[in-house]
Write a protein that binds this ligand. Structure first.
Ligand code: GLU
Length: 410
């Protein structure tokens, strides 16, 4: 099954549990619009490169489409549709007034110079400009995109439509970005986990955490967990990982990556592979890189008690069943990693109001949103007597279905 198929199947199951009529369910499964464009630009050597870009708008019953732009060779229509759908459910769970969208370009930006990535970004935005906008569809960072890329998005869009900072979120703080957006996903993971541990009578101090991924999500998750008193025993990136039983010195790893780009060669721990990290003896496993890493082949070997999904769709449906059967709690992506889009919402409101929030306000409001989301999912799980993923889908699908019904189908 592809990510799209299992997301759609979770939606159908959730709708069935809530008795949502089929005429509404059909609207929630397929995307509203899929835009596919050619992204042609000049390479530094004068050759012309042509890449494929996508923007998928899944559902906007609750507000403008919202979701990131991913630059990765695996980007294709099917994957982007699945990721756009996840955004619809994620924005509903944290109850921010957005729908779901996602986009991206199928390429590895590391193989291109910064000037080439800028030209690709600008061409992509000029191709999709009629479909995005502060009140229609608002992109943001995702895998391999960052505040600089968002600055180019804002600048390119503004060439056609004038000053429009609210067309994109995750911008640099110096250019209409929000305080607290950069680490928002990692911080949100911490807030959700804390709220969950309070429910089950646990505490983060001394817990052994393994984190796959050391990009924007993984590195800030590691840092926030380290500062919160957890023992970060393993981290990894595309170059491999590091392990240390008594806990890695996360700030030193971040310094290393700032200098050397990748974890490879860092002397602060023993080398460990990405595959091995997933089955390490630990308390909390945070897959925070790409999708489909927990599969039917390794789910039985996961030793963590809690899987906290930092990435989107890291667990296949087959793996999910195995983890559930083994009593592993999965805090699902659409709840766990929603801190990013939550602070994107704060950034968007600040842009529209031309007002700046201090950092402390961003953190406090993020914490209150994430706690409420955990509480709402928890209540739903008790009501339906189901796992947290099914409860999260039920909460989200119920909210989007109600908005759809209220707006009417005409
Ligand atoms: N790409 C992030 C996600 O998957 C953030 C999206 C946003 O901020 O709009 O949730």
């Amino acid at each position: 099954m592809s990510s799209l198929e299992y997301v759609q199947s979770y939606v159908r199951q959730a709708a069935q549990r809530l008795n949502i009529p089929d005429r509404i369910v059909r609207l929630l499964v397929n995307p509203d619009r899929t835009v596919k464009v050619e992204v042609a630009f000049e390479r530094d050597n004068g050759e012309v490169e042509t890449l494929t870009g996508y923007r998928v708008q899944h559902n906007n019953a609750r507000g403008p489409f919202k979701g990131g732009l991913r630059y990765h060779p695996t980007v294709d229509e099917n994957e982007v549709v699945a990721l756009a759908a996840l955004m619809t459910w994620k924005t509903a769970i944290v109850n921010v007034p957005f729908g779901g969208g996602k986009g991206g370009i199928a390429f590895d930006p590391d193989q291109y110079s910064p000037a080439e990535v800028e030209r690709a970004t600008r061409k992509f935005i000029s191709r999709i400009r009629e479909f995005i906008g502060p009140y229609t569809d608002i992109p943001a960072p995702d895998v391999n995109t960052n505040p600089q890329v968002m600055a180019w998005v804002m600048d390119e869009y503004s060439k056609y439509y004038g000053f429009q900072p609210a067309v994109v979120t995750g911008k640099p703080v110096e250019l209409h970005g929000s305080e607290g957006r950069l680490d928002a996903t990692g911080r949100g993971l911490l807030y959700v986990l804390r709220a969950y541990l309070e429910k089950v009578g646990g505490d983060l101090t001394g817990q052994r955490v393994a984190i796959q991924g050391f990009g924007n999500v993984g590195s800030f998750t590691a840092l926030r967990f380290y500062e919160a008193g957890a023992r970060v025993v393993a981290v990894s990136d595309v170059s491999g990982g590091l392990y240390r039983a008594d806990g890695l010195p996360v700030p030193r790893l971040i310094d290393w990556v700032q200098k050397h780009r990748l974890l490879k060669g860092c002397p602060e721990g023993d080398p460990i592979t990405n595959e091995r990290l997933l089955t390490l003896e630990c308390d909390i496993l945070v897959p925070a890189a790409l999708g489909n890493v927990l599969t039917k082949d390794n789910a039985a070997d996961v030793r963590a008690r809690i899987v906290l999904e930092g990435a989107n769709a890291p667990t296949t449906a087959e793996a999910d069943v195995i983890l559930q059967r083994r009593g592993v709690t999965v805090i699902p992506d659409i709840l766990a990693n929603a801190g990013g889009v939550t602070v994107s919402y704060f950034e968007w409101t600040q842009n529209l109001q031309q007002f700046r929030w201090p950092t402390a306000r961003v953190h406090a409001e993020l914490e209150s949103v994430m706690r409420q989301a955990l509480q709402d999912v928890w209540t739903m799980a008790e009501r339906l007597k189901c796992d947290l993923r099914m409860a999260a889908y039920a909460l989200a699908v119920g909210r989007v279905a109600r908005a759809t019904a209220l707006r009417g189908l005409q």
